[in-house]
Design a protein around this ligand. Structure first.
Ligand SMILES: Cc1cc2nc3c(=O)[nH]c(=O)nc-3n(C[C@H](O)[C@H](O)[C@H](O)COP(=O)(O)OP(=O)(O)OC[C@H]3O[C@@H](n4cnc5c(N)ncnc54)[C@H](O)[C@@H]3O)c2cc1C
Length: 301
């Protein structure tokens, strides 16, 4: 029996798991294999089983930046379990597990009398996803607050402590690879006071509610902003709000958000992304680059 088959037989790895429910788009097909790990020892078990050399790997956070193909993902999806979701305030620093929701990091830091991590409250991802994507908003990026991230390479089990420069973090980019998993991160905050911190959390939450299509299935900004412009303004200027493919449309509230209805397929999302990208290129000469990630598609986009 192969090491993977043994993991399946033991129940540690499941087969044919629908991925839509694990993403904010709520669309897409199943994972061929999926596992949730509760500790580093379990991750090492996967390394010893050689999964990352035998199969494509998808490290799944909160699925808020992903479009999974309708045909699914033919490799192994790895999620960090609740043991990796802890958040602890250590003086003016905040340590958070790779699976910790960013909103929890924001609220815990404010509750701990700190300032500087409030921007995380509006980003519905995990700490691992934020490091990988260098998530940011309101002028602050993850790299501005990250001291170090603990990363395990699933191909050889080696772990490294890496700061923003080691990770080459820039606008929605890092060098965290697809077989590397962020298990923990340490952030720098500054002394704050709970009152203004809570006011800031409310301000950000209200701004999001007023300016973005909350309560819908979406994955945040579809395209990165090109230098000196915003993708939303460019798409809006071409009158593309409301443009639809199947049950997916450009949000009337924010043109860089594409919202999916209950009947949407991932192929609809992909086709709308291509349609908008092509029209923007044709009319403005600007080549928009997707910020959302396509998983399981041929060529992955
Ligand atoms: C309503 C809405 C608003 C949003 N607003 C913002 C915003 O203001 N700014 C912004 O930057 N983004 C925004 N996003 C996008 C998204 O929340 C961020 O990109 C977030 O960082 C993704 O985290 P995740 O855990 O959901 O990652 P996923 O979507 O699960 O995965 C994204 C990538 O990160 C990798 N990954 C996930 N976890 C780990 C890990 N532990 N270790 C290594 N790699 C990992 C995945 O393999 C994948 O490559 C928004 C999304 C939504 C739905």
């Amino acid at each position: 029996m192969s090491a993977l088959a043994a993991l399946v037989a033991s129940g540690a790895v499941s087969e044919h798991v629908p991925l839509g429910p694990y993403t904010t788009y709520k669309a897409g097909g199943p994972a061929r294999f999926m596992t949730e790990v509760q500790d580093v020892a379990a991750l090492m078990g996967l390394v010893e089983a050689g999964v990352a050399t035998d199969l494509p790997i998808l490290v799944l956070g909160r699925g808020s930046n992903l479009v999974v193909a309708d045909a699914g993902f033919r490799g192994l999806v790895i999620r960090l379990g609740s043991e990796f979701a802890r958040v602890e305030v250590e003086g003016t620093r905040v340590r958070a597990g790779g699976a910790a929701p960013l909103a929890h990091v924001a609220r815990s830091s404010v509750d701990g009398g700190l300032a500087g991590l409030e921007f995380f409250v509006g980003v519905p991802g995990s700490v691992g996803g934020a490091v990988r994507q260098n998530a940011g908003c309101f002028g602050t990026e993850t790299r501005d607050r990250l001291i170090t991230a603990s990363i395990i390479d699933l191909t050889d089990g080696l772990s490294r402590e890496a700061g923003p420069d080691d990770l080459d973090m820039s606008y929605r980019h890092s060098n965290v690879g697809s077989t590397q998993i962020v298990v923990d991160a340490l952030f720098q905050a500054t002394p704050g006071d709970g009152h203004s911190g809570r006011a800031e959390l409310r301000r950000i939450t209200r701004w999001r509610r007023d300016n973005q299509p909350g309560g819908t299935f979406n994955a945040g900004s579809v395209f990165k902003n090109p230098p000196g412009a915003t993708a939303g303004e460019i798409i809006d200027s071409l009158g593309l709000k409301g443009l639809a493919v199947g049950d997916v449309s450009v949000s009337p509230k924010h043109a860089n958000f594409f919202v999916a209805g209950p009947g949407a397929t991932s192929d609809d999302i992909r086709r709308l992304v291509h349609e908008v990208k092509d029209r923007v290129l044709e009319k403005t000469g600007t080549m928009l680059e997707p910020e959302i990630q396509f998983v399981g598609f041929e060529n992955d986009h």
